[in-house]
Design a protein around this ligand. Structure first.
Ligand code: GLU
Length: 260
């Protein structure tokens, strides 16, 4: 078990989750830097699984839409178009390191269905054994949990459990968990969340800051708790700090896990 940030560099298996606003629109250029950090963890022998949102946000310009569609069917259409482009962008960047990506589209329901779960587990194990980098997103054609509730954070936690990850890293446009939404007066960064801390002192905002994503601090904390109960610690950090985060730097918010 990884018990503190400085053990991330020696983690055997790492699940990294990145939010839509970090890899699309004005931030599409961050894909290169994210891939640099993932490739460096891969090179030191860690098995890395990326859970990436961003299909809808990536697809919007291809549908000639100016803004995020409000109806579910068009959101799903944008995701179908954008997922393809998103994976292409990751693969193009991974080519610099001769790493091959494998696309896995899952639902939270798949993780609860024993047959689907064991199929996904077997495929994931084989991909990792082949040193391929699995890139997971919600299967938006058949599930809309993330679209409706911003919950790829939960899917990332469930994937961590599925693969028995040593650590889960949740990246987004906020750099840590704060006692109040960051930017509000009196908001203070929380360094470490002990296991079973109910975080009663924290006030959560409604949505993510950037507008294209749908998650927020609440879904991240819920995901961290799910992982923590299974013995997996979580680091919440800014996407731009991914290299430092995977090097064990003292940043973000560290959620301690249950000692199992
Ligand atoms: N899975 C979808 C995506 O990757 C949903 C994200 C969202 O609702 O913005 O784009």
């Amino acid at each position: 078990m990884t018990s503190s940030r400085d053990q991330i560099p020696s983690a055997r298996r790492i699940v990294v989750k990145v939010g839509s606003s970090s890899v699309s629109g004005a931030n599409v250029g961050q894909i290169g830097m994210l891939v640099d950090a993932l490739a460096s963890a891969h090179a030191r022998g860690s098995e890395v699984i990326l859970v990436s949102s961003g299909a809808i946000a990536t697809g919007i310009p291809f549908l000639k839409l100016d803004a995020r569609p409000t109806d579910l069917a068009t959101q799903q259409a944008a995701a179908a178009v954008g997922q393809n482009v998103l994976i292409y962008r990751y693969q193009e960047s991974l080519d610099r390191y001769a790493i091959v990506a494998g696309q896995i589209l899952l639902t939270a329901g798949d993780m609860e269905n024993p047959t689907h779960r064991s199929n996904a587990q077997r495929a994931m194990e084989r991909l990792l054994g082949l040193r391929i980098l699995p890139i997971v997103n919600e299967n938006d054609t058949v599930a809309t949990q993330e679209i409706r509730f911003g919950d790829n954070d939960r899917l990332a936690a469930m994937v961590s459990l599925l693969v028995g990850a040593d650590v889960l890293v949740l990246l987004s446009d906020i750099d840590a968990l704060y006692t109040r939404p960051p930017g509000e007066p009196g908001a203070e960064r929380i360094d470490v969340v002990p296991f079973d801390d109910e975080l009663t002192e924290v006030t959560f905002g409604d949505i993510g800051a950037a507008g294209v994503g749908t998650g927020g601090a609440g879904t991240k904390v819920a995901a961290a708790k799910l992982a923590a109960a299974a013995g997996i610690p979580t680091l919440l950090a800014a996407t731009e700090s991914v290299a430092d985060a995977l090097s064990g730097a003292p940043l973000g918010t560290w959620f301690e896990a249950a000692a199992l």
